[in-house]
Design a protein around this ligand. Structure first.
Ligand SMILES: Cc1cc2nc3c(=O)[nH]c(=O)nc-3n(C[C@H](O)[C@H](O)[C@H](O)COP(=O)(O)OP(=O)(O)OC[C@H]3O[C@@H](n4cnc5c(N)ncnc54)[C@H](O)[C@@H]3O)c2cc1C
Length: 567
């Protein structure tokens, strides 16, 4: 079973504690039941019960303490198991995922810090069941963290007084260590320090959102900071901000996957059992087509995100390919999640508004993921830096297998300087494309070849390269090529579950999406006639195969009534 089905949990784990964590978490939510989950959502009840549950079960302590700081042998930071934990939490409700996600972000600057005392303190706090917070964003500055105004004024005794405000900070109401980003007032040096919400000078102003989540606004007013509370300074503090987000970004895609999976079960079960005009809703051809598309897009999301995890776990200072794949999990997987929900919602229509469905939450929450931790634009602007090397200057790296072993992902805390992205190389993407001789994969390769020619022969002009709007359109196509590469790599690894029909049906939507983005570049005000000609060559129609389509339809319709949450 490639998609998560909580009633038939079968994922591989190399030891028993990981499976136990997943099953206990599933049981917690199934025991709570959909009715209570929805009631808490509507009443915006803070998720204290979940925090209590994870404290009693020592879940965050086990999953988020690197083994070097743990007293229990089950503790490690293991992306293989953390990604499923992400998926399960979002499958039941994004609010539960959010408190976990911002704990991960809050712990980033701590585990990356040279301050051993604070790391031991964090490990102890985790053991006691606490959650953590990441105070990076400020109200006025959005993505522009250079303009951070949180200010640390040096005092004559070597300590500092911090003053300033942070905005949109999850867990800011409960975290005893809020990793806060600021600048030393006289030198402008960047600093990360740990603030405690219980101190008098920590003024928790309000929850910025109207949701179950506590997304806080807090003000530090002459908050005293000793050197022992400083996590990092200067370049390290800056790198820590970006490197923490590199880790956190990955989880956003998994939240989308969890949401879409639950929504798919609800939608297909509803539509398959609903009769209109003496036939089932799923007998409409357009309904089938929407389900097939939603299903294959979701499978593709999961194939890509799993494979990106292999690269993340294999990363080293000599192999930084994860720096392309992680932002793609963020920008591509999460926007595909929106597409999946759009398709399903068009089918289930009014049902998606009903207050007792999971779908009603999914339709709202799926929108959040593309917007957190850097918008889609910010992440596309980031990935286009990789484009020249990806297409024209490949490297030579050994093949990476599926990384599901019980090891600590230590490199995440030692990622090094957050620069030099344009120098990172990749294996030649054409190799994996060539191993698949499938009609739509072959067609997609022809589209890529036209795009390569576009880059090489109708190279974007200096003006176009400075035009973010134009670059974003190119970035969308680049993202598709990378998406396809990792999907194919993982289709080989999961060949027992992912048939060639399924791969070819995935590339049916990939061909369509490629065409759509090519048309967008074609239509840009500044595109040249040579560029427009090449764009037209990228616009192709996928190859139809009715047997293939029928088989995939049977797969997705087979999910009807396969899972229903306890009431
Ligand atoms: C529910 C929620 C929870 C959050 N939790 C936290 C948290 O716990 N800790 C924390 O620190 N932050 C948190 N945030 C903040 C979040 O990370 C930012 O909101 C997000 O990064 C986007 O910033 P912005 O909305 O201010 O957009 P802005 O930065 O104001 O962007 C405005 C527009 O400009 C575009 N843009 C900006 N820069 C670029 C660029 N370089 N290239 C191309 N386009 C660009 C954007 O895409 C956007 O369209 C949270 C936000 C929300 C809504």
């Amino acid at each position: 079973m490639f998609l998560l089905n909580p009633s038939q949990h079968s994922r591989f784990y190399p030891e028993s504690r990981s499976r136990e964590i997943m099953l206990r978490t599933i049981n917690f939510f199934e025991d709570k039941g959909l009715r209570k989950i929805k009631e808490d959502d509507h009443n915006r009840t803070f998720y204290s019960d979940f925090i209590e549950f994870q404290r009693n079960e020592k879940l965050f302590a086990t999953l988020l303490t690197p083994s070097a700081y743990a007293t229990n042998p089950d503790c490690r930071w293991d992306t293989w198991r953390n990604c499923e934990f992400n998926e399960i939490l979002a499958f039941y409700g994004l609010a539960y995922w959010y408190t976990w996600q911002v704990s991960i972000l809050g712990l980033g600057p701590i585990w990356m810090s040279p301050n051993e005392e604070l790391k031991r303190k964090a490990a102890q706090l985790l053991k006691e069941g606490n959650v953590f917070a990441f105070g990076l964003s400020e109200r006025k500055h959005g993505a522009d963290i250079y303009s951070t105004e949180m200010s640390l004024a040096p005092q004559s005794d070597g300590t500092y007084l911090a003053n300033g405000e942070k905005y949109y900070i999850g867990n800011a109401n409960v975290a005893p260590m809020v990793s806060t980003f600021g600048k030393v007032s006289d030198t402008g040096e960047y600093v990360f320090f740990a603030a405690d919400f219980r101190r008098q000078q920590y003024d928790l102003i309000r929850n910025v959102t109207a949701s179950q989540n506590y997304v806080g606004q807090y003000m530090l007013r002459n908050y005293p900071i000793s050197n022992s509370e400083i996590l990092s300074r200067g370049q390290l503090a800056w790198d820590t901000a970006l490197n923490t987000v590199n880790v956190g970004k990955y989880n956003l895609g998994w939240a989308s996957i969890g949401i879409c999976t639950h929504a798919l079960y609800e939608a297909i079960s509803h539509a398959s059992n609903r009769r209109l005009y003496n036939m089932f809703v799923t007998d409409f051809p357009h309904v089938r087509s929407m389900f097939v598309d939603a299903y294959i897009r979701l499978i593709a999301m999961k194939l890509f995100a799993l494979r990106a995890g292999d690269y993340m776990r294999s990363a080293s200072s000599d192999d930084r390919r994860y720096l392309l794949f992680n932002p793609m999990v963020k920008m591509k997987v999460t926007t595909q999640g929106e597409e999946v929900i759009n398709l399903l919602w068009d089918v289930i229509a009014a049902k998606g508004f009903e207050q007792d469905t999971y779908f009603e939450m999914a339709a709202r929450d799926i929108r959040a993921l593309p917007k957190l931790e850097g918008t889609v634009h910010v992440n596309i602007a980031l990935i286009v830096k990789f484009m020249p090397n990806y297409f024209f200057f490949p490297g030579d790296f050994p093949a990476i297998p599926r990384r599901d072993e019980a090891v600590d992902d230590e490199f995440l805390w030692n990622q090094g300087p957050a620069r030099g992205l344009s120098q990172i190389q990749f294996n030649d993407y054409r190799k994996v494309y060539e191993t698949f001789d499938l009609p739509n994969v072959n067609l997609f390769e022809e589209q890529i070849e036209a795009f390569r020619q576009f880059l090489a022969q109708a190279t974007p002009t200096d003006a176009q390269q400075k035009d973010v709007d134009f670059l974003l359109a190119l970035g969308e196509i680049f993202a598709l090529v990378v998406y396809g590469q990792l999907i194919l790599e993982n289709a080989q690894i999961y060949a027992d579950q992912i048939s060639h029909f399924l791969v070819d049906q995935i590339f049916d939507f990939m061909v369509r999406d490629f065409s759509k983005h090519a048309l967008q570049i074609y239509s840009k005000p500044g595109s040249t006639s040579a560029q427009m000609d090449l764009c037209l060559r990228m616009i192709r129609k996928p190859i139809v195969n009715s047997d293939r389509y029928q088989q995939i339809w049977e797969e997705v319709s087979g999910l009807s009534d396969a899972y229903k949450m306890n009431d």
